[in-house]
Write a new protein. Structure first.
Length: 416
């Protein structure tokens, strides 16, 4: 059993891990940084896997997060194809599958998430795919030439983006979604209906309120069998039914609740152990939330890295943000809300350029969806950050400057 000298160890070389490591150097840390990942590829960007990379518009080099040269210049030691099998927080060591013991003074967990897998009859047939890694994307791309009919299980963002990509490649696409409308849990029924019509207008067959009970085929998948008795013909299936945060430590060792629970500084319940990105549950406006998106991973990784160096700690207060490209639509979502009270439409959905706001009971903007309106992004982010009541009528008026939609308060009197 070999032993590696003490260092700052980061487990997970995805977006959060890379930006955390880089930030440590940029903030003046001169000690050893060890970045460990079980993937075999140089760290890469995942959002293009379902879009530009799937379409062949970007190469592996073009989606790389950092080159070997850049990492060497920063003196970041990248260790790939390394599986961590245990962590001992008392001894401050991690142990690899090869019995290497790696000591650390501080540990950052950026372990990301794992896709949920379907456990149904026929799930071991050839042609059933999951898209999470570059290897997954390469496998799917290699098979596309011989595929005409593709079934996608799940109309979430990955499923929707893949439907868009496959249609662009001339494939026949069927999407199976258990909910009545795609993404309605996040965006509401009106926007779910809009997205349903968007896919249908592009020739995608979306089957809602139904779910998979099995797959049929000899050795290769040929049909998706549904709960309502449907049989969807296909030569390939892509499953996108959510993720599970990767946690290497149990709840006995530190607090885990759908991910490592961290405070506003990224600290876990164990001293010198931090977490950032997909694997972390972090405090946002009175509740712990879990965000899986690129922008959060970048900003959380940077913030937590700074806090690992001590001194004045910085609270992580970044407004959540994600985007999705589907057909000729750029969707941008700011904020986070599950229990909005009212919604306000600014613009015309028929024009395919509008902003859709989610307000709480106090008429405060908690979140917003921008459809082909990137020019509103800064103003929308500001509205969410300010947490001031707005006048819904002014908010809905495209001619009104978004800086002037607040409720005006004069002394003890409120006016609109």
């Amino acid at each position: 059993m070999t032993t590696t000298a003490k260092s700052i160890v980061i487990i997970g070389a995805g977006v959060a891990g890379i930006h955390a490591a880089e930030t440590l150097r940029n903030e003046g840390f001169t000690g050893r940084i060890l970045l460990i990942d079980r993937d075999t590829h140089l760290p890469y960007d995942r959002p293009p896997l379902s879009k530009e990379y799937m379409l062949g518009e970007l190469t592996e080099m073009e989606i790389s997060l950092r080159s070997d040269e850049r990492l060497r210049d920063l003196r970041i030691e990248l260790r790939l194809n390394i599986e961590i099998v245990s962590i001992d927080p008392k001894k401050q060591i991690v142990i690899t599958a090869d019995d290497e013991v790696i000591e650390w003074e501080k540990l950052l967990l950026t372990t990301g998430s794992t896709l949920r897998h379907l456990q149904v009859k026929g799930s071991d047939l050839e042609g059933i795919h999951y898209l999470k890694t570059l290897n997954d994307a390469n496998t799917i791309r290699e098979k596309l030439t011989d595929i005409q009919q593709v079934a996608i299980v799940g109309a979430g963002f990955i499923g929707a983006e893949l439907a868009s990509s496959f249609k662009k490649l001339g494939k026949e696409v069927t999407v199976l979604e258990r909910a009545p409308l795609p993404l309605a849990r996040i965006l509401g029924d009106e926007m779910g209906g809009y997205l349903l019509q968007l896919h249908q207008s592009q020739g995608v067959d979306i089957i809602t309120e139904d779910s998979v009970v099995g797959f049929e085929g000899t050795t290769q998948v040929e049909k998706v069998l549904t709960e309502k008795g449907g049989a969807i013909p296909c030569q390939a299936v892509i499953v996108g039914v959510g993720v599970i945060p990767n946690t290497l430590l149990s709840n006995k060792e530190l607090q885990v609740d759908r991910g490592y629970v961290v405070n506003e500084f990224g600290e876990t319940s164990l001293p010198n152990v931090y977490a950032a990105g997909d694997c972390a549950m972090w405090p946002y406006r009175g509740e712990n939330i879990h965000i899986e998106h690129w922008d959060h991973a970048v900003n959380h990784g940077k913030c937590v890295a700074k806090n690992m160096l001590g001194g004045d700690l910085t609270s992580y207060t970044t407004i959540p943000y994600f985007w999705s490209d589907q057909y000729n639509h750029r969707l941008q979502y700011f904020g986070h809300t599950k229990d909005w009270q009212t919604t306000v439409l600014r613009g015309d959905m028929g024009d395919k350029q509008f902003t859709y706001f989610y307000l709480n009971e106090s008429s405060v903007v908690e979140a917003a969806l921008l459809v082909n309106q990137p020019k509103n992004a800064l103003a929308v982010r500001r509205l969410i950050k300010e947490q001031q009541a707005v006048d819904p009528d002014l908010l809905s008026n495209p001619e009104m400057n978004l800086k002037k939609v607040h409720v005006q308060v004069n002394e003890d009197k409120v006016s609109f």
